[in-house]
Design a protein around this ligand. Sequence first.
Ligand code: WT7
Length: 646
Amino acid sequence: MKKQIFNPNPEFAKDARVGSMDAYWELQNRAIEDYEGFWKDFADEKIDWLAPYDKVLDESNAPFYEWFTNGKLNVSNQCIDRHLADKADKTAILFEGDRGDVEKITYAQLSQRVNKMANLLKNKFGVKKGDRVVLYMPMIPESAYAMLACTRIGAIHSIVFGGFSAEALKDRIEDAEAKIVITADGAYRKGKPYMLKGVVDNALSQGGACVDSVLVVKRNNEATEWVEGRDHSYNDLIDAESDVCPFELMDSEDPLFLLYTSGSTGKPKGVQHNTAGYILWAQMTMEWVFDVQGDDLFWCTADIGWITGHTYIVYGPLAAGTTTLMFEGVPTYPNAGRAWKMVQDHKVTQFYTAPTAIRVLYKMGENEPKKYDLSSLKVLGTVGEPIDPPAWKWYYETVGNSNCSIVDTWWQTETGGHIISPLPGATPIKAGCATFALPGIMTEIIDPDGTPKEIGETGLLCITKPWPSMIRNVWGDEARYKKAYFGDAVKDGKPVYFSGDGAVLDEDGYITITGRMDDVINVSGHRMGTAEIEAAVNKDDSVAEVAVVGRPHEIKGESIFIYIVLKDGHINDDIKSHINALLSSEIGNIAKADDIIEVPGLPKTRSGKIMRRILRTIAKGEAITQDTSTLEDPSVVGQIEACVKG
Ligand code: WT7
């Protein structure tokens, strides 16, 4: 059946940066014909170069690609200083707290605060170019100041999402060998204070000897132990610092930040992004995909602890000189109208959130958006997982009044910015479909040997040419970078980037993402490796063997489904709650199992490999279609099915 097409609003398209599919193809064909020329034009137009680069793309050490070799720039200049001439009084960050407190920070004020913080890091804590700084922060403006202060002095930040546990924080601190942690006493969520600094204390009591200092921003007066000599109050120290801190000249390929993300094997990987390519694409996608212009007010509901928050709360909006809304709370508190009230109060023009949030808001208040004036909205975005047609329809009709373009943006921590997305003034949209690769991005859906898939056939979603904002390395582990991203597919004999996702093309060339093909699951838009979850469950002494799969979930997209084989005895509530306690202490509260099922054994091949596909099928409650005859013990499949059916 042909899918319905939703054309861009013609009024919007008239003024959009890319206003038609012809304009899209003009850009994309230019990139196909002269790839480096395409990127050179945009790099020259968008970046405030402090010294020119001498090569656009260096592929000589593939897959360690380099962009804009030897160019010099500074990201805090790109996001702040260069705007001061004409945007000093424009609001850079509009902050709304959980309890409704609002603060507007102009570009001039942002400049002062970032300069002061940069001076504090440099003068008081001796942070130098190349040092790693871990942030364990809530959603408050100081988090953005800290990020930008790092970029100003050339330090590499590594933000750890505030929902991760002390153990997970410690691992990330140690892997990055950070010398300082920036945190807050706590923050507010659903009207209540919660604590963050205590988690840092806990992490540092277990390890993290590399850390000399902890800088604590005051938000909610949650008391913690104060370790003399190690802990310092941001609020007590900041006033004394000068608001002039000259920025470092950074090389195009100097590391900008690390962000840890889960993969299919082992511990989370420190995804390394470098300076020029990342900021260029953050700004370009902000301008193309959200089409921010003039006095637009852009609201991305992500947390800065994820790549979405990095690129589309802080770097993209500020590089584009727009106003970014930063929200401490959750869109469902104090009621299901909170998000819509904020859109109305602040006249939000672009709203960007995850399908899981859309489903929650829909469930809590289907008619809630109608109570507010949402006429300021022009573009609605989604990210993180495929959006199901009912959620899409509600977003389009009820939130967007059938007037806004919906941009379903596919990308990853590793891609730095959007890769596949509609352009709001150009792309005729099909619900639930990420549509086309953005101009300059070359995606292909192929077999591991590079053979293109036929229409309607799922294949490996690969990016076959390097792009400026791509991951540069797994921190400290070049072999892992090569294996994890360039080890699965080749094209014309050359390894190409495989995303881990499957995708399919339709007869009109539209791309639909089908989901992960590896052992990564996506719970409420949070990416988790089954290997990580299994390692945590294995810490329970009663567990002999464990296998984790994702199971489709109405709200969360996927939920964690755990199969365990016990050493002896049978599963009971104590074991289940101990396993969930382990998940929360080893990973964080975002990892909670919906199902923990005891089974007599796991389906294994004769070489001992667990057949997770069979386990996924059983968890879904579907009939087994896989060939089970190659299993060491095929009878175990029926037994597992019986256990799941209970
Ligand atoms: C994985 C990346 C990119 C920011 C948020 C997540 C899934 C992401 C979509 C989309 C279908 C999507 C993929 C991808 N994903 N966006 N629009 N449609 N799936 O970043 O934690 O690095 O996760 O999220 O499976 O590989 P991340």
